[in-house]
Design a protein around this ligand. Structure first.
Ligand code: ADP
Length: 468
């Protein structure tokens, strides 16, 4: 699937959820608003009915007292109350919620009209106020009964509405929880999907590229996940395959040249040794130069052959119990005479350091470190060789007081053909010794490290794991 499609689907899902959420919330709010209005209407209807009841009783009482005392104020009040009764009846009609309420209000109106008509019809009759009062009392009772019915019906309506609001609230709560759940699931889905389809494959790509950069040339990417990631993986793999093919071609080419140089160099080495042993006073210096140069050429070709073998995975070691102290001493002896301006100082923690290793390869590594120590301290100085053992490792270090190495090059110098800027143009070399040395030490289960500072010399340390 393409990243573009995933973004589109995710956006639609988010928009969809947002709309459903908003719509549902709007609906619930609308319903609650309607029910709240109906509730308010029912409560107002009860108030109107109760006022109607009051006005009716007050009107009846006022009429009685007016006939008793013939008081003008009571007469006027009675007219006001009659008007109020009419207004309240009108209001009651306006507040009707349901049809059954309308029929009860018409009964109320009929009963009140009956009362008022009867009152009007006996208004001027020559009877006592009490007799007049008694004549209308049945109509008043009937109207009160009808008003009470109106109150009851509104009360039960209110109770019904309260139950409905309660149910609606519960529904709203359930809806909110459901929508919240869907929202959370959607967010988790999006986060998980993004992690699985984007973050994880990208982290894998970054990891593989870092490993590849660190020298693991066999690292390849898995073609999975998003379309774009698959394209990157397939392009990276094709590029890595192509580079590996080129590298193998180069290695084969270098190996064939190194191989062809080996035999003539061996003969030259033997010849130069014989020449040196037979040289007289004036030729001895020349023979020494020829001997040293042929030796270093031989080492260089050896490094080339080793590197090509190691890179092709053909490094074979023959392990035997050896005395490391002896191997170190023999290696140092070979270099002691090679330079007059360097002083070699050897310090061993043990006279005998027995260790299972390939003695020739360990000598090769020591030879490489010692020849570098001489080569990269052109002004001479002390070269210290130290061997120690602790609980975990046997360590052998070679320290010079030469040019030094910048910290940024500490790892690079162990890569084939890498040389530092300081030495590249001033001191001959091809940058293969250290990469071969590190591979040899790693094949023994150990590590080869450097610590150094520019112009302050360098220390190369071999750490071999202690045997149990
Ligand atoms: P070469 O010496 O043939 O160039 P190496 O692999 O032995 O190859 O060393 C790689 C690079 O590391 C050298 O070119 C040099 O720049 C740096 N180097 C190695 N040993 C030292 C040292 N003792 N002092 C300073 N630089 C060193």
């Amino acid at each position: 699937m393409r990243l573009k499609n995933i973004s589109l689907i995710t956006s639609f899902l988010l928009l969809g959820t947002f709309f459903v959420l908003s719509f549902a919330l709007m609906k619930v709010t609308d319903m609650l608003e309607i029910e709240a209005n109906e509730l308010a209407q029912a409560s107002e209807s009860i108030q109107v009915a109760q006022s109607l009841k009051n006005r009716l009783l007050t009107h009846n009482r006022n009429s009685f007292l007016y006939h008793q005392h013939k008081d003008q104020v009571r007469f006027e009040n009675r007219a006001i109350q009659r008007q109020e009764i009419n207004d309240l009846l009108k209001k009651a009609y306006e507040l009707i919620n349901r049809e059954e309420e309308r029929s009860i209000i018409s009964v109320v109106q009929e009963e009140i009209n009956e009362y008022l008509l009867r009152r009007d019809s006996h208004e001027n009759e020559p009877i006592t106020p009490l007799e007049r009062y008694n004549l209308v009392s049945q109509d008043v009772d009937n109207a009160i009964i009808a008003i009470d019915k109106l109150i009851d019906i509104n009360r039960s309506q209110m109770n019904e509405l309260i139950t409905q609001v309660h149910a609606q609230n519960q529904k709203a709560d359930q809806l909110s929880i459901t929508l919240l759940g869907i929202g959370i699931l959607l967010v988790i889905g999006i986060v998980f999907g993004t992690f699985m389809l984007v973050t994880r494959p990208l982290a894998e790509i970054s990891n593989t590229i870092s490993n590849y950069k660190a020298g693991k040339a066999q690292e390849r990417l898995l073609s999975r996940g998003l379309y774009e990631v698959k394209v990157i993986a397939s392009n990276f793999n094709s590029m890595a395959d192509w580079l590996e093919e080129k590298r193998q071609d180069q290695l084969r080419f270098i190996a064939s040249i190194a191989h062809d140089l080996r035999n003539p160099l061996n003969s030259m080495s033997m010849a130069s040794e014989v020449l040196l042993s037979q040289s007289q006073n004036e030729n001895i210096e020349l023979s020494q130069i020829i001997f040293t140069q042929v030796q270093s050429l031989d080492r260089l070709v050896g490094d080339l052959l080793d590197t090509t073998r190691i890179e092709a995975g053909q490094l074979s070691l023959s392990f035997k119990k050896n005395n490391l102290t002896q191997i170190i001493q023999d290696s140092v002896k070979l270099f002691q005479t090679s330079s007059r301006i360097h002083q070699f100082r050897v310090e061993h923690s043990d006279r005998e350091l027995l260790y299972t290793c390939d003695s020739q390869r360990i000598s090769q590594v020591l030879g490489n470190l010692l020849s570098n120590a001489v080569k990269y301290s052109p002004n001479g100085g002390e070269i210290k060789i130290e061997s120690k053992r602790d609980a975990q490792y046997i360590s052998i270090s070679v320290t010079d007081s030469g040019l030094g190495i910048d910290e940024s090059d500490f790892e690079n110098i162990f890569k084939p053909f890498h040389r530092t800027k300081t030495t590249k143009n001033s001191i001959p070399g091809i940058g293969l010794g250290l990469s071969a040395s590190r591979r040899i030490i790693e094949a023994h289960g150990g590590t080869l490290k450097v610590t150094s500072a520019i112009s302050n010399g360098s220390t190369f340390s071999i750490y071999l794991p202690r045997e149990s």
